[in-house]
Design a protein around this ligand. Structure first.
Ligand code: LMR
Length: 340
């Protein structure tokens, strides 16, 4: 080796040593994923988020730390979407009814009244190719969709019994930010009002709105049953989530961490979809036991009346959702609005 090449070798070694210190220090600092959501810890989504955090820590051996911020402690509905795009948080699981304002209107297909008869039909969509295609529509917004998590089917609540479409006339109903939900409430003759989830309890308590819709786990864990005298187990629509990450952040993760987080997400998704129904049933029991809310199960004839009153929303919203998406979902579920 010549003197010159020896010198350059030594120089390279010294440079590598200098670089290695900050790298070593960096390697010890965990990658932090801030995961913000708006519901209570004790809900299907809250439990699944915590499970993901636990699995991510286990599988990455502490290289990734998922910080879960529940109950809108960090951001409310609309703000959290903006925060994700700006990179202020890395992960969210907004309900599927909240993607319209982002410009991904296809997600509102999930809000259509009575589009899924049961969870098996729903899973054909969310766990199959249609679900995958829908998640891919988030990419141009700088968002990567990782999974769908269940909550469940919604019930109507108010301070008066809601047993037939006629009962909805003039009732102010809080909705999520979805044009399909707005059309559904109008089809029933009620007055829809978009509002962040964190504000619903107070709005119901003070009479800013009269009623709302949600799966029971959300109603109960936000104590809405304390300010709603009547609950109708209408199961007229579905509420679930898309787990999403900031794409730039996700794409920048090391390959091995990617694989470990994907595995953690797979396990959290299985968990979420397994516990959702039981969580809602437990909440329903708790609502009944509270004695504060009268729970009503509509007869099949009454449910049919709700179906007939709201089916026109499918056609009304076809151009907003996109005929292709609508037909793809109908094909999976067998729903045919013309049959009603
Ligand atoms: C709502 O805003 O009613 C729900 O979507 C909240 C949630 O995330 O379940």
């Amino acid at each position: 080796m010549t003197n010159i090449s020896r010198r350059s070798c030594l120089g390279a070694a010294a440079a590598a040593l200098a670089l290695s210190l900050p790298l070593a220090a960096q390697a010890q600092a965990p990658i932090v994923i801030k995961f913000s959501h708006v519901v209570a810890i004790d809900t299907p989504k809250g439990k699944a988020a915590d499970m993901f955090a636990k699995k991510a820590a286990e599988l990455t051996k502490g290289r990734v730390k998922v910080e879960v911020y529940a109950n809108s402690t960090l951001y409310k509905d609309k703000e959290e979407m903006e925060a994700l795009q700006l990179g202020a948080v890395q992960m969210l699981a907004p309900s599927l009814a909240k993607f319209g304002p982002l410009g991904v209107k296809e997600f509102e297909v999930f809000d259509l009244p009575f589009i899924f008869d049961n969870t098996a039909e729903l899973h054909k969509v969310t766990q199959g190719p249609v679900g995958k295609l829908l998640l891919s529509k988030l990419e141009p917004k700088g968002i990567r969709g990782l999974a769908f998590w269940d909550n469940g089917f919604k019930s109507f609540s108010a301070n008066k019994p809601l047993r037939a479409p006629a009962d909805f006339r003039g009732v102010k109903m809080r909705i999520q930010s979805s044009k399909v939900l707005e059309a559904q409430m109008r089809a029933l003759g009620s007055l829809p009002q978009v509002m962040a989830f964190s504000e619903v309890y107070q709005a119901l308590q003070t009479g800013v709105v009269d009623g709302t819709e949600n799966p029971i786990s959300n109603l109960y864990t936000q104590k809405m049953h304390e300010v709603q005298k009547h609950l109708t187990l209408s199961e007229h629509g579905y509420l679930g989530y898309a787990v999403i990450v900031n794409k730039k952040f996700w794409d920048g993760l090391p390959a091995d961490v990617h694989a470990q987080l994907e595995q953690a997400m797979k396990e959290a998704t299985e968990h979420a979809n397994k516990i959702a129904q039981a969580e809602n049933e437990a909440s329903l029991d708790a609502v009944r036991k509270s004695g504060k809310t009268t729970v009503y199960s509509p007869t099949p004839a009454e449910r049919l009346e709700f179906k007939k009153a709201t089916v026109k929303v499918h056609k009304e919203m076809e151009s907003r959702i996109g005929k292709e998406t609508l037909d793809a979902v109908y094909k999976e579920t067998g729903f045919d609005p013309a049959k009603l």
